[in-house]
Ligand binder design. Sequence first.
Ligand code: ARG
Length: 276
Amino acid sequence: MSYTERLPRNRAYLMCPPKHFTVEYAINPWMDTTVTVDAGLALKQWEQLRTTLTDLGHVVHVLDPEPGLPDMVYSANGAFSVDGTVYGARFLHPQRADEAVAHQAFYLSDGEWKFVAPEHVNEGEGDFAYLPGAYGGLVLAGYGFRTDPAAHAEAQEVLGRPVVSLKLVDPAFYHLDTALAALDDRHVTYYPGAFSPASQQVLAQLFPDAVIADRGDAEAFGLNLVSDGRHVILNTEAVAMGHKVREAGYLPVHVDLSELKRGGGSVKCAVAELRA
Ligand code: ARG
């Protein structure tokens, strides 16, 4: 595929400003409660990410941050939508449980969405990715740390799309979106070492043309990216990953999200896609 064929598609996103962002509990290996977060800087970096997306022509909806929910900035975890149907989240850790309620209220306040509350633990786009142009519309789903595999079957029934279960094996990459990303409607990039050998085999079979990332890329949160099909927004630290996506014909756009990394997240964690 030639460079000019990497066409962007306008997107709608949901973000939540890190107004109450802190690291006061540790539920993933990146979180260190003894380090203080620069709240002002976190907010500034988040604003930069938001304007990067709007400057590219995308619509960004903003969810009101709530006190007592320090991880609410990671809006990707709040739900997973495909073609107007929203499969709600149910967080593994009680500290984040109320975030699902805020996301549900967002979707219910807009008659456009069909919202389905989940029975099983799942952390939204943290563990679900959608490839509309792959095999007629394919959902990739991670499990092993957060999302219950039972939620994969539930998502398939709710969304009517095949869901491929992928086993995550490295605690540093505890959500699918830390290890794999959609670059456009049918292409992905991933770090094989984050997956079980069998899941690596499944990914190689489904996506023989994937952009393969290494451990350094994943540790720089280079896979925690948001792409519109042409522009790939990723963390400034992910320099090598920027080169890899450029070589594959995309345009890397780097944003500094050093503060959000202290909570174990980056670009993708802070951006939920609204697929109406
Ligand atoms: N501190 C949050 C947690 O551990 C970070 C969530 C990151 N979000 C993501 N989509 N990977 O739950």
